[in-house]
Design a protein. Structure first.
Length: 218
């Protein structure tokens, strides 16, 4: 039997809780991105371990958001704008979870480059991390404020991240060719740059879903 249509106040309360959970998840991952890069650059294995540990909380929030989304759709029967809000929050939670996985991957590499911590490209990685963290914050702020205009600006920020990735790749390949002793650490940094670029891509995805929720844009 079809569930009775939701009352506005009950649905709004449920949606507010869903959005709050997504915001909490986003805040944790935003911090994880910065901490993971810092742990890598400074060789802080304790901070790296905290990033890995906190990802368990992120995963738990993601699972809770999935359950809430299913319950909202099954019991409240949202339509049109309401349904877009629910689906966007669910999709954004998935993208945030993937950002968290990338941050955890970076953190795992914190002790893998210890012998080559003097590599100049570490500074470029740090700068790229700042750029990516700015993107993540902008996308999550757009979600928190339901701001489709701010979300549209996130995609343009991705160009700088792509340029960082290309520059780091070129320089590290040249470094490995010149000094084979750096190959192990350089490969770790190549993977780090790749993960940071991927986080930026997910931030663009979050912004896209904010625009979808705000105006129905694909």
């Amino acid at each position: 039997m079809r569930a009775a249509p939701h009352t506005l106040s009950v649905f709004d309360d449920d949606l507010d809780r869903l959005r709050a959970d997504v915001c909490e998840m986003g805040g944790r991952v935003e911090a994880a991105v910065g901490d993971a890069v810092l742990a890598l650059v400074q060789g802080d294995t304790r901070l790296a371990a905290l990033v890995v540990l906190d990802d368990l909380k992120v995963d738990a929030l993601a699972a809770g958001i999935e359950r809430t989304t299913v319950r909202l759709i099954a019991l409240r029967s949202p339509l049109a704008d309401d349904l877009r809000e629910v689906l966007a929050a669910f999709k954004i939670a998935g993208l945030i979870a993937r950002m968290g996985d990338c941050a955890k991957n970076i953190a795992h590499r914190a002790d893998a480059i210890e012998d080559c911590r003097g590599i100049a490209q570490l500074r470029t990685i740090a700068a790229m991390g700042v750029e990516v963290a700015t993107m993540v914050k902008a996308a999550l702020d757009a979600f928190a404020h339901r701001d489709g205009v701010a979300a549209a600006q996130v995609e343009a920020m991705d160009d700088a991240v792509d340029r960082y990735r290309a520059c780091i790749s070129r320089e590290l390949i040249a470094l490995m060719a010149a000094d084979p002793r750096t190959i192990g650490a350089a490969i770790q940094l190549l993977f780090t740059a790749q993960k940071l670029e991927r986080i930026g891509d997910h931030a663009v995805g979050v912004a896209s879903m904010v625009r979808f929720a705000a105006g129905g844009e694909e």
